[in-house]
Design a protein. Structure first.
Length: 189
């Protein structure tokens, strides 16, 4: 059992149960429901319906020795080497090029030609599986991620064939604006 600590005004302080605090006044609560009711009652001037604040039920008091045994540490100790972050194992240099982004080509409507080079690899990207193709644009080597089953993937498949390892050569692209308001690279038809 844990001991609940109360302030002089009757509000709870942080303990093993009360781990959610009000950003406005700093009072601690055990559940999101109680915190939401408190915020609605005390800090939301636009809310017309006021719900009564819940009265916390008193818990049995535990001894100081028991409190020491059940107390949680805030952070786990970390092993460091003299306060420094250890260097990565193996070669610190990445063998991959930076990713080609729409900003590298230009603003919306900018056209360019990228040259597909080398053998692509398959990775699990933010939007599903992607084929990452080494490309060259204006003399700089990049990796270009093409989501599998996207329009770009279908257009490259139609142009170069089913074997992505044989995808090589120049490709005309245009920077377009997506429905989410982000620029992206589109293969021209």
């Amino acid at each position: 059992m844990t001991k609940r600590a109360y302030r002089g005004d009757g509000s709870l302080t942080r303990d093993a149960i009360n781990v959610l605090d009000c950003a406005e006044c700093g009072i601690w609560f055990p559940t999101f429901e109680r915190l939401a009711i408190h915020v609605a009652n005390h800090h939301d001037p636009l809310l017309s319906k006021r719900q009564p604040a819940p009265t916390p039920a008193p818990l049995p008091v535990e001894s100081p020795a028991m409190a020491k045994k059940t107390a949680r540490t805030t952070t786990a100790p970390r092993a460091t080497r003299g306060g420094r972050i250890p260097a990565p194992s193996g070669d610190a240099q990445s063998s991959f090029s930076p990713f080609l982004k729409a900003e590298n080509i230009g603003d919306v409507g900018t056209r360019g030609t990228i040259t597909l080079k080398g053998e692509p690899r398959v990775v699990d990207g933010d939007f599903g599986e992607q084929i990452v193709i080494p490309v060259r644009f204006k003399g700089t080597q990049y990796d270009w991620g093409v989501t599998i089953d996207s329009v770009n993937h279908r257009m490259l498949h139609d142009r170069f064939g089913a074997n992505s390892k044989k995808w090589a050569g120049p490709v005309k692209v245009t920077v377009k604006l997506s429905r989410q308001g982000r620029n992206y690279i589109a293969v021209e038809r």
